[in-house]
Design a protein around this ligand. Structure first.
Ligand code: SIN
Length: 303
């Protein structure tokens, strides 16, 4: 039987009693969805998954976004991206994601990101200690703690998110192999505008939806004021009290909610300390469907 054990921290729960390589029942899926809304980051330890199974599990949550460059994915299952620092025959085998800093995947899309699904194939270790942890920050708690006057002032405002902000920040890093986005690549990822506070589709609770990786402008404020408020929000949302560290073990499957969290992969390992993750980036399309919104999760589960 599926069980959800919360970490007791600001985010996170461990889910056991389910083999994700097998088709998932509707009731297990609903349990996972509810837990995801509540805990933001779910860890399924000891999973044996090939790329096809990873894709099948991920697609239960929505359509998967492919890579912008068309590179670094499973040869048979292109929806499954490869994140790695491994170099073979002088060529990287995956996208090097270490040091991407705090962000929320796909906030730059018109259809924003819903979840990331990451499967740990290789985890770097030094003196027995796992490296390359991923840190998450809870945006429901960050919203709840905002000053009521600021919530009232910013309520109804919107933020522009631009993929190029993040790409350029990564490109400037020493050792980066990324070139500038081509006009075609930029056209594939044009900037998008979203409310600064989103109502989370699973919990119905408000979250702060502006992240340092992609957010470039609060559209209803002048440029200087927008910069000042964004900086203040970034500082607020990254306070240690909102953060939760996930330490990886091989065969962990981790799924996290992009709408209510930010994340940051810690680059504390060297080029010979190998990290290899398989990733599916799932978009929030049906999760914002008015029909889904109209029904509560418990009503849907009872059907
Ligand atoms: C990601 O940012 O999507 C990946 C995070 C990680 O590699 O831990």
């Amino acid at each position: 039987m599926i069980t959800v054990q919360p970490t007791g921290k600001i985010l996170g729960a461990t889910v056991s009693g389910i083999d994700l390589s097998r088709p998932m029942s509707e009731s297990d899926f609903r349990t996972i969805l509810t837990a995801l809304g509540e805990h933001g980051v779910l860890r399924f330890p000891g999973q044996e998954l090939d790329a096809a199974a990873l894709k099948a599990f991920s697609e239960r949550f929505g359509p998967i976004q492919g890579s912008v460059t068309g590179k670094f994915h499973d040869p048979q299952v292109p929806e499954v991206g490869i994140l790695s620092n491994i170099v073979e025959n002088g060529q990287p085998i995956g996208l090097a994601d270490a040091g991407q800093d705090w962000h929320t995947d796909m906030s730059y899309n018109r259809t924003i990101g819903f979840v990331n699904v990451l499967y740990a194939v290789k985890v770097p270790r030094r003196n027995g200690q796992a490296l390359g942890s991923t840190v998450f920050a809870n945006m429901r708690a960050a919203y709840d703690d905002l000053d009521p006057a600021l919530k009232a002032r910013l309520g109804g405002m919107t933020v522009t998110h631009d993929f190029n902000k993040f790409w350029e920040a990564m490109r400037q890093r020493p050792g980066s192999t990324r070139g500038p986005l081509t006009p075609e690549q930029r056209a594939k990822r044009p900037p998008s505008v979203h409310p600064i506070f989103l109502v989370h589709p699973i919990t119905g609770r408000k979250v702060l939806y502006a992240n340092p990786g992609y957010a470039i402008r609060i559209n209803e404020l002048g440029e200087a004021e927008s910069d000042r408020v964004l900086e203040m929000l970034f500082e607020h949302q990254l306070q240690p009290k909102y953060q939760y560290v996930n330490e990886w073990t091989e065969n962990d499957l981790l799924i996290w909610d992009h709408i209510g969290t930010l994340h940051n992969a810690i680059p504390d390992y060297g080029p010979d300390e190998h990290r290899l993750m398989q990733r599916c980036q799932v978009m929030a399309d049906w999760i914002f469907d008015p029909e889904f919104q109209r029904k509560s999760l418990s009503q849907v589960a009872a059907e």
